[in-house]
Design a protein around this ligand. Structure first.
Ligand code: GLU
Length: 299
C-alpha cells in the first residue's frame, strides 16, 4: 500500500474518443478538489490507445473544456499512444513467465461456440461487464501450434492465463476503497480476479489494453489515489493482479457515484444533451456545471 509520507498524487484519465459529458466533469472536478484539499498534485493522462477512435481534434476540444471548467494539472499530460514500447516490455515479461497465450476467436465465434457447446440448462459465466468468459480452447495449445496459427496471419488477442496468474501470485489480493463499490464495498476489499476469466492484455496489432496501460501508467506516474467512476470498481480486481505480477505498488482507490441521465441511464459520449460542449454553448457556466453534478463552488 501507499507510503504514508508520500505527497498524494491524483490523476484524471479520459479517453478522447467522443464528447466529454457531465460524468467526466464530475470525475475531473472531484479529482481536482480532492487533490487540492489533500495538498497533493493532479496529473492528466490521455488514454488514447485506440488510435482510430481517439483523434487529435477530440483531444484538443477535451483539453479546452477541462480548462474552461477550471481544472488545472501539473506537468504535460501523459499520452498513452506515445508509450507503446513500455507496454510491450510488460507484455514480454508476462510472456516469458508463460502467463499469456494467443486467443484466436472473434466475438462472433465466441458467441457461436457458446451456443453450440453449452448446456442449455446452465448459464455460461459472464464477466462483471456482462461479456461471456473466453472458452477453454486456445490456452492448451502447444508452442508450435500457436506459432503456426500466428504465422497463418489470423488475428488474435493476447489473453492472461488467469489460473496460472493466480497460482503464480499464490495469495489473496485486496485493496483499500475509500468511496464505494456497487454493493457498498468499502474499506479493505478482497479481490476475485477470476470473475474476469482470461482477460485481454494485448492484440496482434496493439501491444496493450486498457487494463495493462492503466496499471503501468498509474505506477509510472506515481499515482497514490485513484478517483474514478464506480463502473470501474470490478476492473480493480484485474488491476491489483497485474500490479502484483509486475511488481508495482497498489494505490488507494475511491470509486465515485455515476451521474445518470434524467431517465436513470448511464451517460454516453454520443448523447449531445449532457455534453459539456452543448451545455457551454447554451450559456451554462462552470459554476452551473458544478451545481449540476452536486459539487460545491469555489471554497
Ligand atoms: N480512460 C477511462 C475512461 O475514460 C478511465 C480509466 C480510469 O480512470 O481508470 O473511462
Amino acid at each position: 500500500m501507499v507510503d504514508d509520507n508520500s505527497q498524494p498524487v491524483f490523476r484524471f484519465a479520459p479517453s478522447p474518443n467522443g464528447q466529454l459529458h457531465l460524468g467526466h466533469a464530475y470525475s475531473a472536478l472531484l479529482n481536482f478538489d480532492m487533490a487540492r484539499r489533500a495538498g497533493g498534485q493532479l496529473l492528466l493522462r490521455i488514454e488514447d490507445i485506440d488510435t482510430t477512435r481517439c483523434t487529435p481534434s477530440l483531444e484538443e476540444q477535451m483539453l479546452d473544456e477541462l480548462h474552461w471548467l477550471g481544472i488545472e494539472w501539473e506537468d504535460a499530460p501523459r499520452r498513452q499512444s506515445e508509450h507503446f514500447g513500455e507496454y510491450q516490455k510488460a507484455l514480454d515479461q508476462l510472456e516469458e513467465r508463460d502467463l499469456l497465450y494467443p486467443a484466436f476467436m472473434s466475438r462472433g465465434e465466441i458467441k457461436r461456440y457458446i451456443a453450440e457447446n453449452s448446456d442449455p440448462n446452465t448459464l455460461w459465466p459472464k464477466d462483471p461487464d456482462g461479456a461471456p468468459l473466453y472458452p477453454d480452447i486456445d490456452r492448451g495449445r502447444d508452442k508450435p501450434e500457436r506459432l503456426g496459427l500466428i504465422a497463418s496471419g489470423r488475428p488474435y488477442a493476447l489473453r492472461l492465463d488467469m489460473k496460472a496468474a493466480l497460482k503464480a501470485i499464490g495469495k489473496r489480493l485486496a485493496f483499500e476503497e475509500l468511496g464505494g463499490g456497487p454493493q457498498g464495498e468499502v474499506g479493505k476489499v478482497v479481490c476475485d480476479p477470476s470473475l474476469w476469466g482470461d482477460v485481454i492484455l494485448g492484440r496482434k496489432e496493439l501491444p496493450t489494453s486498457y487494463h495493462l496501460s492503466v496499471v503501468l501508467d498509474d505506477a509510472l506516474q506515481n499515482i497514490t489515489h485513484i478517483v474514478r467512476g464506480r463502473d470501474l470498481f470490478y476492473a480493480t480486481f484485474v488491476h491489483r493482479l497485474l500490479q502484483e505480477l509486475l511488481g508495482l505498488r497498489a494505490p488507494i482507490y475511491h470509486h465515485h457515484d455515476l451521474i445518470l441521465s434524467d431517465d436513470g441511464r448511464k451517460l454516453s459520449k454520443s448523447a449531445d444533451d449532457t455534453s459539456l460542449r452543448s451545455l457551454r454553448n447554451s450559456g451554462r457556466t462552470p459554476d452551473d456545471i458544478r451545481h449540476m453534478v452536486g459539487l460545491a463552488c469555489d471554497e
